[in-house]
Design a protein around this ligand. Structure first.
Ligand SMILES: Nc1ncnc2c1ncn2[C@@H]1O[C@H](COP(=O)(O)OP(=O)(O)O)[C@@H](O)[C@H]1O
Ligand SMILES: [Mg+2]
Length: 263
């Protein structure tokens, strides 16, 4: 029997109203997600792929509990995320954002940035000790804590962002396009770091990306979104190598063949 999913998405619909409308033309509704169901098992790396606008970021915000579905629900550990106490959810499910330049406060030292979730969640841990620990986990020197984000390269800044996400010992990382803002040359570093973390920590990764090669390299299972609907879902090796759906095959064919290697 497979273990209970750590994240379960049940029949989720998320509608947004377009910002512009008029008294004569009511604002049209966009269905960013249209009846999506999927389950992420503890300890696995799960990919969510699809073209721009297919609903990937909307789904990651719902999984993080940062947004609420119009209908359906998202569960963490068997409970609706909107009913999990905020403090518990915030420490258990942590985001990694696309662009470390905008997600790291330039006026704060790295030590304070990494300690932020510990502070915000008032976790009873020795902050300096935990900061040193997670900096080591992402392979940054302990001295980094005393420096500022601009003193680091793009790849190192993304390591800092990952260290911050790891600080409260989350069970799930939700990474939305974690390498797209980085130079091609440093992307592999971050990819290898993610693989390394998955090997060393008891961590579940939800990796959201339009980069099929990345998702193929890192994840075990993958969901394909198109226009807010789940097109197909299953083992990454099947979905992204020998897909059942015509749409996925076209998506693969349209992707430049940059390879991260075989897993
Ligand atoms: N806050 C919002 N308000 C209005 N429309 C939104 C909002 N967020 C997303 N959308 C719309 O929902 C659809 C899916 O967007 P998104 O989840 O960002 O896709 P992706 O991350 O796959 O590019 C798009 O049509 C987008 O314009
Ligand atoms: Mg997105």
């Amino acid at each position: 029997m497979s273990p209970r999913p750590v994240i379960q998405v049940r029949e989720v619909v998320r509608e947004y109203r377009r910002p512009r409308g008029s008294p004569f033309r009511p604002r049209p509704v966009v269905r960013a997600l249209d009846g999506v169901s999927l389950a992420v098992r503890p300890g696995e790396a799960y990919g969510i792929v699809g073209e721009s606008g297919s609903g990937k970021s909307t789904l990651s915000r719902l999984i993080l509990g940062l947004d609420r579905p119009t209908s359906g629900r998202v569960e963490f550990d068997g409970r609706p995320v909107l009913e999990v106490p905020a403090r518990e959810l915030r420490s258990a499910v942590q985001p990694v954002f696309q662009d470390p330049r905008s997600s790291l406060d330039p006026r704060m030292r790295v030590g304070a940035i990494v300690a932020e979730p510990l502070e915000a969640l008032r976790l009873p841990v020795d902050r300096a000790e935990r900061v040193a620990e997670v900096l080591e986990t992402v392979r940054l020197p302990a001295a980094a804590a005393g420096r500022y984000p601009h003193e680091f390269s793009g790849g190192q800044r993304q390591r800092i962002a990952i260290a911050r996400a790891l600080a409260p010992r989350p069970r799930v990382l939700v990474a939305d396009e974690p390498t797209s803002a980085l130079d091609v040359g440093v992307r592999a570093q971050i990819v290898n770091l993610l693989l390394d973390l998955l090997g060393r920590l008891e961590l579940t990764l939800v990796l959201v990306s339009h980069d099929l090669a990345l998702v193929r390299h890192v994840t075990e299972r993958t969901a394909v979104l198109r226009g807010g609907r789940l097109v197909e879902e299953g083992p990454t090796r099947t979905v992204l190598v020998d897909p059942a759906e015509e749409y996925t095959a076209r998506l693969i064919a349209a992707t430049p063949t940059v390879s991260w290697g075989r897993r």
